[in-house]
Design a protein around this ligand. Structure first.
Ligand SMILES: NC(=O)c1ccc[n+]([C@@H]2O[C@H](COP(=O)([O-])OP(=O)(O)OC[C@H]3O[C@@H](n4cnc5c(N)ncnc54)[C@H](OP(=O)(O)O)[C@@H]3O)[C@@H](O)[C@H]2O)c1
Length: 284
């Protein structure tokens, strides 16, 4: 039986992956902020899967919780087969208007959270010649206006993952990036929009983007189950790819970004952005 550790299991992809891996017959250590107190989240799974589900409180920015989780897991298991660094959130808005603590928090959760959890559990993963999945995003390989903090945090996760993949290869530990496009999870609900007072130069711009984002979020048809099932399928492969893009929009964006020369890409993309974010969004 494989042992899987998932961060951010309280909702979205994390919750679905917990369910998928349990249904597959794995032992899942689901972690999340105040997961134990929010005991309704896995009330059904707790009954169905009993001792194959372990729930632990883990805020990925909290070193004390990390240590407690490690001690608990190490005392029960000699090794870990899979770590899924999924916990994350977005802060959107104009870079000029973010406070330093907001900037830091975005990196703290999405990037340092991934680093912290990986460092903590690597001894167990090396022991199990395990696999690590790091959640990036389409915004991990494409910049986007008013999304600079989130993009920066995911670009950082990408650099970390690519380097670690080579660094850990001699130990038999494989590392893979997960790059979802837009999926209907609680991501949009948890998104923090930094909208400032009326005298801001960015207020219309940010509001347009927010409207555009909400409009497309409403229309999102890509089911997050695709990602959860996809990660399970990947985890069963003998050799992991460097990265996997999920969703039709994700694949299109990947092709557009990867195979278009920079000067054409930025010329075309800026025109599209100007049309949608500056003009047409007013009519949405
Ligand atoms: N949905 C998309 O379209 C999309 C696209 C690309 C990438 N992603 C990435 O996919 C991952 C999962 O997001 P999702 O779409 O499933 O969104 P979600 O439904 O909002 O889930 C995010 C999860 O991360 C957890 N989390 C946030 N901060 C945390 C912290 N400090 N410590 C531990 N857990 C924390 C949340 O916990 P709480 O319940 O406590 O808030 C929640 O369980 C994220 O890394 C996100 O950036 C999502």
């Amino acid at each position: 039986m494989r042992t899987i550790l998932i961060t951010g299991a309280t909702s979205g992809f994390g919750k679905l992956m917990t369910q998928e891996f349990l249904a597959h017959g794995d032992l899942v250590i689901a972690t999340g902020r105040q997961l134990v107190q929010r005991n309704e989240i896995f009330s059904t799974e707790r009954q169905v899967y009993r001792d194959r589900l372990i729930e632990i409180d883990l805020d990925v920015t909290n070193f004390q919780q990390m240590l407690t989780a490690f001690n608990l897991i190490e005392s029960r298991f000699k090794s870990l087969d899979i770590l899924i660094n999924n916990a994350g959130y977005g802060q959107f808005g104009a870079l000029e208007e973010f406070r330093p603590e907001q900037v830091r928090d975005q990196m703290e959760v999405n990037f340092f959270g991934t680093v912290n959890v990986t460092q903590t559990f690597l001894p167990l993963l090396r022991q199990g010649r395990g696999k690590i999945f790091n959640f990036s995003s389409v915004f991990g390989f494409m910049g986007f206006p008013l999304t600079s903090l989130y993009c920066a945090s995911k670009f950082a996760v990408e650099g970390l993952t690519e380097s670690l993949r080579m660094e850990l290869s001699p130990f038999g530990v494989q590392v893979c990036l997960i790059r979802p496009g837009g999926f209907k999870t609680d991501f949009g609900k948890n998104l923090l929009w930094n909208v400032k007072a009326h005298n801001s130069q960015y207020v219309g711009y940010v509001k347009n983007y927010q409207k555009l984002h909400d409009y497309f979020s409403e229309k999102k048809t890509q089911k997050p189950e695709e990602v959860a099932k996809g990660v399970l399928k990947l985890s069963l492969k003998r050799n992991l790819p460097m990265s996997k893009v999920f969703g039709q929009d994700g694949r299109m964006s990947y092709l557009f970004k990867t195979f278009t020369p920079d000067f054409i890409y930025f010329f075309l993309f800026q025109r599209i952005l100007n049309k949608f974010m500056l003009d047409r969004t007013n009519k949405l």
